[in-house]
Every structure is written in structure tokens, then in C-alpha cells.
Design a binder for this molecule. Sequence first.
Ligand code: PBG
Length: 331
Amino acid sequence: MTGSYPNTRLRRTRATGWSRALHRETLVTPADLIWPMFVTEGSGVEEPISSLPGVSRWSVDGIVARAKEAVELGIPVVALFPNTQADRRSDDGAEAHNPDNLMCRAIRAIKDACGDDIGVLTDVALDPYTSHGQDGLLDDKGYVTNDDTVAVLVDQAINQAEAGADIIAPSDMMDGRIRAIRMALEMGGHHNIQIMSYAAKYASAFYGPFRDAVGSGGLLKGDKKSYQMDPANTDEALREVELDIAEGADSVMVKPGMPYLDIARRVKDAFGVPVFAYQVSGEYAMIEAAAAAGAGDREALVLETLLAFKRAGCSGVLTYHAPLAAKLLNG
Ligand code: PBG
């Protein structure tokens, strides 16, 4: 306690705009944003995603245009996810390590056009490439195997690194994959490629629209609970993060975002490492649905949620609202 009424009136500093600005503890800027985008085959193609109103898949030329837009808006990083053609999906997800796959073509095109004006973050997991929609390889019983999957994820990560990715972001939740990928990057001479580990990723009901966007939703049988975390757990998130840092992650992610702000705060307080949150597709869809229903103002909702992530200790946020938020923040 620092005082009591009426000597202390906390409303004094809230009374005017200039005073609120002076006392504001947390700031969001476009530099806090990572813009996730979906890539599709073809040229001049834009495919709206109905469960993510306002978000489209773009062919590589469109992705390059979006990346240039991100540079203009002051967004430092784009995150890429491919909608792999059906005939290139297989049980073993081999397309993930094809040097000419959609991801690699998008990475190279952005890097050719924008160079180091923007960072490219790439997702490591097999779900956009498997015919069963799981993030890893299945055994006879349909269980997602760990060590065999890690070997493929390493090939996928190196494939992305060689195409020019700046941040490798494993979202698969296999054990030991950060160490394996870090060792392979070091051995390949990629000393400055970052790893942002999806360290505390939960088996969440908020990923539905994303699975539509990458085309894995209709293929997925069962769930991902044998590798993604139980939403009930919080101490386990700290163990996941501790391991991933020890194995060579430069930064860690908590996912989903808003329902898991307690996890972001605990991770930040416990380890002091850069923490990012993914405001996932279902969260985006909720805000859009609220705005469409007249239940809230879209722009105010978006900015308030982003502020909440920063307040919880996040260095930045992956959000499909990144371009809108950056425009608002740039005035
Ligand atoms: C796949 C992956 C998912 C997301 C990012 N990478 C979906 C999943 O795990 O099923 C979700 C992102 C979102 O919902 O916006 N490994």
C-alpha cells in the first residue's frame, strides 16, 4: 500500500488523455507483430478462407506482394504455411523435404524480393504434407511415432534453411526435435538461423480454421492429444520450455494465445527468454464473429487483445490481424 483515500486518488492520473499516455505501462507497435500467411499453387491466385473471413491463401506472387506490404507497414516477420496439393500429400509427408515444394518457392521468392527487410518464419511439422493430417509419422496402430518423425523434421528444417528461412519454428511437439534440428543447423553452417520453438502448444479446439486453410482438417482422423499438451496443465509447460531452451531454442512460443496468457506470464517470469504467443485461427474467427454480430468493435478488440499479450510478458504475437493492427498503430 502506498497511500489511502483521499490522499491517494488513482483516478487523478486517469483523468485526461495526456496523463493516461504518460502513465501507460505497455506499448504495442507494428514491430511486435508476426503475420501468418497461407500459400497455394498457381499464379495470380487468391482463395478466400470461409472460416477465416478476411484471410486468403495466395499464390507465391501474391505472397511476395503481402511480404512487401508487411515491410511497408513495419511488420518484421511473416510466417508461412502451405496448402499442399492433394496429390503431393502422402503417408510419410515426403513433400516436406522436397527442395522445390511450395514453401521453399515462397521462401526464395520473398527473400529475392525483400532480402533482410523482412524475416521469414517457417513451420516445421508434417500436417500440411501428410495424407492423414497428423504432424508426424504413424505406426501400425495409428500412433504418431516420435524418433522416426524427428528424423524427417530435421530434413524438413534443413530444406527450409537452405531455401533461405530466417526462423525455423517447429510446431510438431515431438520430444527432442529442437536438439536434433539445432545440431543439423550447426553442422550445415547455419549458425545464425534462429529456432522459435512452439514449446507450450496445447491440444486446442481453437485450430479449426487453420486446418481448413492448409487443407488438413478434412483429412485428420482422431486428435493430436498424444503429442500436444493437455489444456489443464501449466507446470508441464515450464518443463517443455526448459527443455527447448536447453536444446537450443532462441525463443519460445505459447499457443493458443488469449486463453493461455497465464502460461506466457509464467514462462516469462521463470526463464526471462523471449516469449511469443500465437493468437490462433479460432481466436481470430471469434473476434471477427463478435464484430460481425455487433457485439464489439473490431479495431478496439484487436488492439486490446494485442496489448494483453504484451502485458503478459510477450515479446510479440503471431496474429492474422497483423496488417489491420499495423495500419491502426501506424495511424
Ligand atoms: C500445425 C500447426 C497448427 C497451427 C500452427 N501449426 C495446427 C495444429 O496443430 O493442428 C495452428 C495455427 C492456428 O490455428 O492459427 N502443426
